[in-house]
Design a protein around this ligand. Structure first.
Ligand code: PLP
Length: 379
């Protein structure tokens, strides 16, 4: 099935009790049983909910996986993956990833005896260099947030597979429209559905998708035991969001390309980080594993003082100054003080994330208005 058809029909069947074409919001905590233990497959809503079930099926379908699991946020989905591990186990993670993932790893899980090693995964040899028999999981993000670095998923999957470790890919930035990590050998795909999947900045949610039934059982056990499940209304919103993913992503890609070209030609802009430039170091790999390059990008100004960056960040009229990304509306963000403030400054600078970096989530408004807005803000 082609993507457009898949996204519109994924997971949703007419409701069996009424024929309602849209999956109803089953706002219930429990289900009446005919006799003790005799039920219709639903017992208690932390374990099962029909709206969530439709969405979990949709997640599986749009990531070409067998099983989907929905969580109350992206970080709750990440949290569930790390809970597969035991004290003493080691995780190799990318050194340039979502700040909240880094915070969860270093501030929450390290104290339970799980060890994290951070390497530059754009060169998979850096992973081979530190992998050991203790390594149980490799965690990557591609393109990365916010520097748009690219990691070769297929190459890392081969390394993980050889070592008997799982590979989990945070696919939030690409969305399933641009990239499907399971097809490239990953074991688990994670999304912050808060971003492109929901697509309208109105819900917090996360998901995991996998092919292996045993892995699904383990993660389902964690989902129901730890209880970070989304409510049915939130599941309904993401189900609705997914139906237009292809249309939105097409426009994000078109607008992204035009904005990146505009910034690159602007005399006051120093560097533009966007993986669709043919001279981007990850371009060859990106063109191999992605269907397009999306609307996420970062840039620095020639006057690279923090004051100048702050001035631009505060002067846009259409771009809203906010954390998050992937919604229909354009957002501008200052990683150093906003999304990535949880990473120590030293670490940030070492990884190339300077204090003056500005990140854009280019939305699907008219591109002429978006360019005019950024042009005026740069001044
Ligand atoms: C937002 C985000 C997360 C965290 O997801 P939440 O839904 O905010 O919990 C994880 N990874 C990436 C790349 C993100 O952008």
């Amino acid at each position: 099935m082609k993507l457009a058809t898949k996204y519109i029909h994924a997971g949703t069947e007419p409701d069996p009790s009424t024929g309602a074409i849209m999956t109803p919001i089953y706002q219930t905590s429990t289900y009446v049983q005919e006799a003790p233990g005799v039920n219709k497959g639903y017992e208690y809503a932390r374990s099962q909910n029909p709206t969530r079930k439709a969405l979990e099926d949709a997640y599986a379908q749009i990531e070409n996986g067998k099983f989907g699991l929905a969580f109350s946020s992206g970080v709750a989905a990440t949290d569930a993956v790390i809970k597969l591990l035991e004290p003493g186990d080691e995780v190799i993670a990318a050194n340039d990833m979502y700040g909240g993932t880094y915070r969860l790893f270093t501030k929450v899980f390290e104290k339970f005896g799980i060890r994290f090693r951070y390497v530059d995964t754009t060169n998979p040899e850096n992973i081979s260099a530190v992998i050991s028999s203790q390594t149980k999981l490799i965690w990557i993000e591609t393109p990365t947030n916010p520097l748009m670095n690219i990691t070769d998923i297929k190459a890392v999957a081969a390394i993980a597979n050889n070592a008997g470790a799982l590979l989990c890919v945070d696919n939030t930035f690409a969305s399933p429209y641009l990239q499907n990590p399971l097809d490239l050998g990953a074991d688990i795909v994670m999304h912050s559905a808060t971003k492109y999947l929901g697509g309208h900045s109105d819900v917090i949610q996360g998901c995991l998708v996998m092919n292996d039934a045993t892995l699904r059982e383990k993660l389902y056990f964690i989902q129901k035991s730890c209880g970070a499940v989304p409510g049915p209304m939130d599941c309904f919103l993401v189900l609705r969001g997914i139906k237009t993913l292809h249309v939105r992503m097409q426009r994000h890609c078109e607008n992204g390309e035009k904005m990146a070209a505009f910034l690159r030609n602007h005399p006051k802009v120093s560097q533009v980080y966007w993986c669709g430039f043919t001279d981007h170091p990850g371009y060859a790999v990106a063109s191999k594993q992605m269907r397009g390059f999306g609307g996420m990008m970062s840039f620095t100004l020639k006057d690279d003082s923090v004051e100048n960056a702050r001035r631009v960040l505060s002067s846009t009229k259409v771009f809203a100054l906010a954390e998050s990304l992937g919604g229909v509306e354009s957002l501008i963000n200052h990683p150093a003080s906003m999304t990535h403030a949880s990473i120590p400054r030293e670490e940030r600078i070492k990884n190339g994330l300077s204090d003056s970096l500005i990140r854009l989530s280019v939305g699907i408004e008219d591109i002429d208005d978006l360019i005019a807005d950024i042009n005026a803000a740069i001044g």
